[in-house]
Design a protein around this ligand. Structure first.
Ligand SMILES: Nc1ncnc2c1ncn2[C@@H]1O[C@H](COP(=O)(O)OP(=O)(O)O)[C@@H](O)[C@H]1O
Ligand SMILES: [Mg+2]
Length: 355
């Protein structure tokens, strides 16, 4: 999809970080330079962009990039039946982490609060926004959908694109309620628009906490919900509520077989309630817990200060080597396997040998 807009940021990563991004492999600085043709003449540090990292993987693994994804990419719908658990934070950071790993990412903001939109660097209050509700309505009622009016390139080369949100998305349910087949309009939109959606390796969707028709649409389009549980006493209750939504979808659409992966967020070793909540979750939902627990970390709060000088996108983009950044990267790597995310059809977890 051609868009005339400039990408908002162009992150670059140092050699040391990039050599860790090849799962199960180590690559020398020499190999990285050779593949990308990058040399620093003045001896300064070389920076590799997400596009460079993709190029490196394509070369090392011998991936045929022309072999377009025939199937729709895996969809990660980040959900919890409660606000303030870290959904937007995790959506933004895993989206950035996948791009950093060389995967093409479409991020969709499904919350009228527009936190994902703002963390990624689009000012939802000041700009004209075409959101996913608008696109679904165009798809359902007209012949053409103007995706390019909605799409915001965050990183160059379509490595991270965003369909943003703003407060007007609260209207989407008013329209959805009048439509027949209202739960599956988003699902049909994705299936019937392969030229656009299939160019990405993964789709990450942030959601509002409420059980709205829009949130049902977003859930019903994916296979595995990524539930973000904040580690306090409420988390188990909120988890049960989310489960009742999932049971309802599976009852209405038995072939969907929707399931859940749970990520615990906000762990702090000196708070006893964190440990309690984590052990209750682990006991109640043992097979569903992701092995990574996201720490309570001050860097995540800094990234929230949008519209200030220091706002520069998600933490992982700024401080990939920080405590928080490293856990996010591990989480993203684990999700590659969990969701079957491939690089143009190539699974680097299964065939990690470099040519
Ligand atoms: N692991 C964490 N460490 C520190 N602050 C966090 C963490 N996770 C979330 N927060 C903070 O909590 C608030 C709510 O997070 P957010 O991602 O907006 O939640 P949600 O999208 O679920 O409503 C934000 O201010 C965010 O910076
Ligand atoms: Mg949010």
């Amino acid at each position: 999809m051609e868009t005339t807009l400039q990408a908002i940021r162009a992150p670059k990563y140092k050699t040391k970080i990039v050599s860790d991004l090849l799962i199960g492999n180590h690559v020398s600085a020499y190999q990285l330079k050779k593949i990308t043709g990058k040399e620093s003449i003045d001896g300064s540090k070389i920076g590799y962009s997400p596009t460079d990292i993709r190029r490196i993987k394509v070369a090392l693994y011998g991936i045929d990039e022309n072999q377009k994804n025939k199937n729709r990419p895996p969809i990660i719908n980040v959900r919890m039946a409660k606000g303030g658990t870290g959904k937007s934070l995790i959506s933004a950071n895993i989206s950035s982490a996948f791009a950093m790993l060389g995967y093409k990412v479409l991020a969709i903001d499904g919350d009228p609060q527009a936190s994902l939109t703002n963390i990624l660097g689009v000012d939802s209050s000041a700009e004209d926004i075409v959101h996913i509700g608008h696109l679904m309505e165009q798809f359902d009622t007209k012949n053409t959908v103007s995706i390019k009016d909605a799409l915001r390139p965050i990183y160059p080369g379509n490595m991270l694109d965003l369909i943003p949100a703003d407060i007007t998305m609260t209207q989407t349910d008013n329209w959805l309620i009048s439509r027949l087949g209202r739960d599956l309009i988003f699902d049909r939109f994705v299936i019937n628009t392969p030229d656009f959606f299939n160019q990405y390796d993964v789709i990450v969707i942030d959601s509002a906490p409420g059980t709205t028709l829009l949130s049902y649409n977003l859930m019903a389009a994916c296979k595995t919900i990524l539930a973000v549980a904040w580690l306090d006493r409420e988390s188990v209750k909120a988890m049960n509520l989310l489960f009742s939504n999932i049971i309802e979808i599976n009852r209405a659409y038995p072939d969907k077989k929707l399931d859940v992966e749970i990520v615990a967020n906000g762990y702090h070793p000196s708070y006893r309630h964190c440990k309690e909540a984590l052990s209750i979750l682990a006991e109640t939902y043992k097979d569903l817990m992701n092995e990574n627990v996201i720490p309570h970390y001050s860097g995540f709060v800094r990234q929230q200060s949008f519209l200030t000088e220091e706002s520069k996108g998600p933490l992982i983009e700024q401080e990939p080597n920080s405590v928080g950044g490293r856990v996010i990267l591990e989480l993203a790597k684990s999700l590659l396997t969990r969701y079957g995310i491939t690089l143009s059809g190539f699974d680097e977890n299964i065939k990690p040998n470099i040519r």
